[in-house]
Design a protein around this ligand. Structure first.
Ligand code: PBG
Length: 336
């Protein structure tokens, strides 16, 4: 006697053990990269008002303690953003041997060695008075971001970060040819083991707002729509990813993450042999945080659900300001 229906998907959801057995996606603390803001001119951690729970860290033991705590939580990778004590038109504090990032990398490497992967964001926006991701050339009453001149500066910054000991350089400028130029500079100097994780598919997103407050990197004029991708485009992501692969990128990235799950899936499906990072950006963090502070959502379950969704879409790992909390929550057991 056959009872209808024969196929019952609910059998696979019967209890937690069965659900865990058949789960397609598993989030691990090894998948998480923690962003850290480091500010040259402070001695104590400084809260960032647009990102509750996140601080800027000074170049001292407070930074080391934070990395240590994160390490104990299971975090094995950090990506560093510098807030320098001086800015100019050519981002010279970004390639200064004793610049904020160079010192931060050396400090972390001196304390942790190969226990922690140190990634450096490679860009000019935090280091220039104009706040753009390349060099600005003024022409008549207007200005342009000079792509090819910018490449030389980006290569210089990348090289100085590698010299300081960074394991992975993450160019985030969206300048055409930047990955190739950096690869060439690193190889010529013997840094052929230094990886490049390219912000291959980076959209011109309003979701970077809190970050720009955190890093004082809002453009002084204009916007980034002339170099970052148009949110209306998905397939163009394949062109950007392909170029970065040809230029020597080891790891690709899609950014933002939660809002661009379709793009993550598209890039992973087309280039499955390349590790793919996704950046759950500041605005995505702050929106959840604001709702959580108001008691409107269950922060832990929402964050785990969104982060799992980013992985399910095709990301191999996730850059997230929630890295420490997620690592702790995973240990408590995921609520699915
Ligand atoms: C550029 C950079 C930005 C972010 C990461 N790298 C800012 C921008 O493109 O304006 C934003 C990350 C976030 O919002 O969390 N250095």
């Amino acid at each position: 006697m056959v009872t209808f229906p024969v196929i019952r998907p609910r059998r696979l959801r019967k209890n937690k053990l069965i659900r865990d057995l058949v789960a397609e996606t598993e989030l691990s603390e090894k998948d998480l990269i923690l962003p850290i803001f480091i500010k040259e001119s402070i001695n104590e951690p400084e809260p960032i008002s647009s990102m509750p729970g996140i601080n800027r860290y000074p170049l001292n033991d407070k930074l080391i303690n934070y990395v240590e705590t994160s390490y104990e939580n299971g975090i094995r990778s950090v990506i560093l953003f510098g807030i320098p004590s001086y800015k100019d038109d050519i981002a010279s504090s970004a390639y200064d041997k004793n610049g904020v990032i160079q010192r931060a990398v050396r400090m972390i490497k001196d304390s942790f060695g190969d226990k922690i992967i140190v990634i450096t964001d490679e860009c000019t926006d935090e280091y220039t008075s104009h706040g753009h991701c390349g060099l600005v050339r003024y022409k008549d009453s207007t200005y342009i971001i000079d792509n090819d001149e910018s490449l030389k500066i980006h290569a210089k910054i990348a090289l100085s970060q590698a010299e300081a000991g960074a394991d992975i350089i993450a160019p985030s400028s969206m300048m055409d040819g930047v990955v190739g130029e950096i690869r060439k500079a690193l190889d010529e100097a013997g840094f052929y083991e230094t990886l490049i994780m390219s912000y291959s598919v980076k959209y011109a997103s309003a979701l970077y707002g809190p970050f720009r407050e955190a890093a004082y990197s809002k453009p002084a004029f204009g916007d980034r729509r002339g170099y970052q991708m148009d949110p209306r485009n998905a397939f163009e992501a394949l062109k950007e990813a392909k170029l970065d692969i040809e230029e020597g990128a080891d790891i690709l990235m899609v950014k933002p993450a939660h809002t661009y799950l379709d793009v993550i899936r598209l890039v992973k499906t087309n280039f499955p042999e390349y590790p793919l990072a996704a950046y759950h950006v500041s605005g995505e963090y702050s929106m959840i945080k604001a709702a959580a502070i108001n008691g409107w959502i269950d922060e832990r379950t929402v964050v785990l659900e969104i982060t799992t969704a980013i992985k399910r879409a095709g990301a191999d790992f996730i850059i997230t300001y929630y890295a420490n909390e997620i690592a702790r929550w995973i240990k408590e057991g995921v609520p699915f």
